[in-house]
Design a binder for this molecule. Structure first.
Ligand code: FES
Length: 321
């Protein structure tokens, strides 16, 4: 499907550093429908794009049949690489280009009980899921966690919508992060677990759920933060096995970015290490895994890697590309 041209029709402050953007088609017509958990990718002036989840807080709207408006929630990141600062510069009347909606964080087909966990701006896909579960009379709880009172976006409408199904957590009230063990202890492995938040939260949830023998098929997650360089990162070499071409991957750039700039046609999506679409076989060398897709044993084996985020411990990787 071709790209969408959208007009910003409203901008609202939802929390400190978080703005909601209301969008409609430039033509004024119906927009493609979407399922809860979907995102669109917004094109930036430099040609890059960024994914933002579609927010729906109205259970009476069946978004899959097409909608008049989209709503996004975007947090202005301290170390913005261009996406959130571009979005926060938008005003009503501005136009943007986006992809049609796509969903890599969908609700499971069965209507069984669910546990939703959102950290900070990770609420954006989770809120739409909560509205859908409510619409379908499903049994669920939403644990919504933030650093401080007053920091959580969409909290007023969520309180009105969910009542006792919403459990708020504030680090400054309890003196620490969300107690993941307590969340899981109050649930059971027959429930679907949906988690969106920072990498540390998702990793902690994965570890705790797996320790309780939670089936992998019932652990669903999406990371909302883009990868950032880590202390000690250094450049490394990659070789494309099919052609013998070699490239240097500098600090702050991914394998995908370097290969695309060199004209390679690659398949990928999230560019955050959580969808698994860019997974590539490693012929030689030792990857430095930074994704949320592979299990610990797959990472230890080192036979595959996610080339959107992972780097190298060895000076060179030969990739099956
Ligand atoms: S593009 Fe999603 S894991 Fe790499």
């Amino acid at each position: 499907m071709s790209e969408l041209e959208l007009t910003v029709i409203g901008v609202a402050e939802e929390a400190p550093l978080v703005r909601a953007f209301h969008l409609e088609a430039v033509s004024g017509g119906q927009l493609p429908g979407y399922s809860p958990g979907s995102h669109i990718r917004v094109q930036l002036p430099n040609g890059d794009d960024r994914p933002y989840s579609l927010v729906n807080l109205d259970p009476s709207i069946e978004t899959e049949k097409g909608v008049k408006h989209y709503r996004l929630g975007v947090r202005l990141e301290e170390n913005s690489l261009g996406g959130s600062s571009f979005m926060h510069g938008l005003s009503p009347g501005d136009r943007i280009l986006t992809t049609p909606p796509k969903n890599e964080f969908a609700l499971a087909g069965d209507a069984g009980p669910a546990v939703l966990v959102a950290g900070g701006i990770g609420i954006t896909p989770i809120a739409s899921m909560a509205a859908e579960l409510l619409r379908n009379n499903c049994d669920f709880l939403l644990h919504y966690s933030g650093r401080a009172q007053g920091s959580l976006a969409f909290i007023g409408p969520l309180r009105d919508l969910l009542g006792e199904r919403l459990i708020e957590h504030y680090d400054d009230l309890t003196g620490g992060p969300l107690d993941i063990d307590a969340v899981l202890s109050a649930s059971d492995a027959s429930q679907h677990l949906y988690v969106c938040g920072p990498k540390g939260m998702i990793e902690a949830m994965q570890i705790a759920a797996r320790a309780r023998d939670w089936p992998e098929a019932r652990i669903h997650f999406e990371l909302f933060t883009p990868p950032v360089p880590q202390t000690g990162d250094r450049p490394f070499e990659i070789e494309v096995a099919s052609t013998g071409e070699s490239y240097t991957i500098p600090v702050g750039e991914s394998i995908i970015q370097v290969l695309e700039a060199a004209g390679h046609d690659l398949i990928y999506d999230c560019q955050r290490g959580d969808c698994g679409i860019c997974q590539t076989d490693v012929i030689s060398g030792e990857p430095d895994h930074r994704d949320l897709v592979l299990t610990d044993s797959e990472k230890a084996e080192g036979k595959v890697m996610q080339i959107c985020v992972s780097r190298a411990r060895s000076v060179k990787l030969v990739l099956d590309l």
